[in-house]
Design a protein around this ligand. Structure first.
Ligand code: 5AD
Ligand code: SF4
Length: 460
């Protein structure tokens, strides 16, 4: 039986899709790369921004047609919906799209085989959007059905207790829960064994990680990173996504002391205006954010930052927006994501007065994106001529070309015939584009994987 999973949204969904495949492969499924001839199609959905549910329903309509055509030819197809839209819609999804077979929330993926079984015997679609007491991580198989790439994801924490007033995550992913440290270290070892050289630790609020340790104590994210850094052949560690309020002293310290922890951090600020931050329930001010960045940069002078921004949050004035632009100017981001505020059903901000007109949001977004694009470009341009260690991830467009990443997560095209994916090689950056770099190897032969770079970048 063929399985096709279409993934939307964040990296945690990418990770979850792989785990769903792991759970289904022992039940006779093999991964397909198109929905057309798949026996089971799962949409792993995202609810974070505008019209999420509507887009899922129209995609479901297309799948239904595909299934009708297959049935006309004597075949069949099971249609499942997973992820945050499944969680948020729940039973309403089975009512509105009764042709859907399975609706499964992010905390119930370990029960997929059982759901398929139940579906086969039921006359209607089946639903599982409970937040079970047992952790799905204790139940999902350890064997990997899908090989990880050179750069792998690993969920260490899920859910969020912060309740920013714009955000659906606390409702769709539930309360914060951390996986035990031993399970994470074991999974990291398996990933490295299977070829991963870089691991990105995932969590909705990853730096709120508080995991049970082997000795019965509680480990912070910093302590976990230190433990993972001891794994041989694991060369690079990253984590995402962080909340400024949970940037602890020991985490800042880890950026100074753990070489494998990469000098690139995604630290969403959302806005540079205190009244907006307060209305968002972010529980920090713009100056708090400045101070955290200052301390991180003192610990790791070459740290590059990325962030998320929302424009047009209810009540955002021109002055507030100007404060956001000022913060961006001041901090300087290597990369960023920015969005127009969209009212999400069930969140406090959706009911706030002084919603901002769409034309205003559009205008502000364009202005902010222009500034962020300029900064991203300047950051890339500043790399030209520098020597950087690049982790080769996959073959490029023509023979001899590789695509890799710098420590700052920039994609790099390297002409390096003979080099193998999974190696870290020193390259000299020859050219910069808005979203990637071009490079030539300095010397492949004498650079072993993981060997320290001769010319590690320092702050300009
Ligand atoms: N409207 C716009 N952007 C949002 N985000 C989360 N919720 C909303 C919303 N309702 C953005 C935030 C968050 C990122 C993942 O998505 O910037 O950090
Ligand atoms: Fe949403 Fe805020 Fe939690 Fe991030 S920290 S997932 S924005 S509630």
């Amino acid at each position: 039986k063929k399985l096709f999973i279409k993934t939307y949204g964040c990296q945690m969904n990418v990770y979850d899709s792989a785990r769903m495949a792991d759970a289904l492969v022992p039940h006779g499924y093999v991964a397909a790369d198109r929905p057309d001839d798949a026996d089971l199609v799962i949409l792993n959905t995202c609810h974070i921004r505008e019209k999420a549910a509507e887009k899922v329903y129209s995609e479901l309509g297309r799948l239904r047609h595909l299934r009708d055509r297959r049935r006309a030819r004597g075949g069949d197809m099971t249609i499942g919906v997973a992820g945050c839209v499944a969680q948020a819609e729940g039973r309403a999804m089975l009512e509105r799209a009764p042709f859907v077979d399975i609706v499964v929330g992010p905390q119930a993926y370990h029960r997929l085989p059982e759901l398929l079984h139940r579906r086969a015997r039921a006359r209607h679609g089946v639903l599982d959007t409970d937040f079970p007491l047992e952790s799905k991580f204790d139940r999902l198989p350890e064997e990997m059905a899908t090989a990880p790439g050179v750069s792998a994801f690993l969920t260490v924490q899920e859910g969020c207790d912060r309740f920013c007033t714009f955000c659906v995550v606390p409702y769709t992913r539930g309360a914060e829960a951390s996986r035990p440290a031993a399970a994470i270290v074991a999974e990291a070892r398996r990933l490295v064994e299977a070829g991963a050289r870089e691991i990105t630790l995932l969590g909705q609020n990853v730096n709120a990680y508080r995991g049970e340790a082997p000795d019965g104590s509680v480990w912070s994210l910093a302590r976990l990173v230190e433990a993972l850094a001891e794994i041989d052949r694991l060369e690079r560690i990253r984590y995402t996504t962080s909340h400024p309020r949970d940037v602890t002293d020991d985490l800042i310290e880890a950026h100074a002391t753990v070489d494998k922890l990469m000098p690139f951090l995604h630290l969403p600020v959302q806005s540079g205006a205190d009244p907006v931050l307060e209305a968002m329930n972010r529980r920090h001010t713009a100056d708090d954010y400045r101070r955290i960045v200052e301390r991180l940069r003192a610990a790791r002078p070459d740290l590059a930052l990325s962030s998320d921004f929302i424009v047009g949050f209810p009540g955002e004035t021109e002055r507030d927006f100007a404060a956001t632009l000022a913060l961006v100017e001041e901090i300087g981001f290597a990369q960023a994501f920015s969005f127009k505020y969209s009212a999400r059903p069930g969140t406090p901000a959706a009911g706030m007065r002084r919603q901002v007109r769409d034309a205003v949001k559009t205008e502000r977004l364009a202005q902010l994106q222009a500034l962020l694009a300029e900064q991203a470009r300047a950051f890339n341009d500043a790399m030209v001529g520098r020597v950087l260690p690049v982790l080769l991830e996959r073959p490029g467009r023509h023979p001899g070309q590789h695509v890799g990443r710098t420590p700052y997560l920039q994609p790099v095209h390297v002409e390096a015939a003979g080099a193998a994916p999974g190696r870290i090689i020193d390259v000299v950056i020859t050219d910069s584009h808005s979203h990637s770099l071009a490079a030539a190897p300095v010397a492949i032969a004498d650079t072993e994987p993981g060997a320290p770079s001769r010319d590690l970048p320092t702050c300009a």
